[in-house]
Design a protein around this ligand. Structure first.
Ligand SMILES: [Zn+2]
Length: 172
């Protein structure tokens, strides 16, 4: 996904860290099955993460959004219902982002699929820091059961348990 980051020079894909740290992020929740499972796994590993939530899912599962925050994780927003920016008009995209943010709260924004047009990125970037990623776990692929756990364990090893919640970056 370095391509997406290269196309969006203002976006955040990596943050400087002091030691061997990783920033874990989970997208598209809160989901009634996946999110409690992820939260339980994180708790077991003493890890904190950032959840980029969809407005629609937050509206349907408000208690899960509350649980994410109560357990010390950070929350970012991820549009209302996951439009592909490349296939959406700029005004419709911006409206979708704003609606999502109102439902989820938080400041950090992650564009679905990393697909956001340059004009969309400019308008959204004036409102919220845009956060991408540099490693994709691929746990959304069919048959990827268990992969997420493996990645979490690898991250735990690599980072020597130095997980942390990213600070809200200053406005870009
Ligand atoms: Zn997504």
């Amino acid at each position: 996904m370095r391509v997406a980051a290269a196309l969006l020079p203002g976006a955040i894909a990596r943050l400087p860290v002091a030691g061997r740290e990783v920033f874990l992020t989970f997208d598209d929740g809160p989901h009634p099955e996946a999110t409690p499972w992820v939260l339980d796994e994180l708790k077991q590993h003493g890890a904190k993460a950032t959840f980029f939530c969809l407005g629609k899912n937050a509206a349907e599962n408000p208690e899960l959004l509350t649980r994410i925050r109560r357990e010390g994780h950070a929350v970012g927003h991820h549009t209302w219902d996951h439009p592909n920016g490349w296939k959406t008009t700029n005004s419709a995209y911006l409206a979708n982002v704003v609606r999502g943010q109102q439902a989820v709260g938080g400041n950090l924004f992650r564009p679905p699929y990393g697909r956001i047009g340059p004009l969309q990125a400019r308008s959204v970037g004036k409102l919220f820091p845009i956060v991408l990623w540099d490693v994709l776990a691929g746990d959304f692929r069919p048959g990827a059961d268990g992969l997420l756990v493996a990645r979490l364990r690898a991250a735990e090893y690599a980072s020597r348990k130095h997980y942390r919640v990213p600070r809200q970056p200053k406005k870009l």
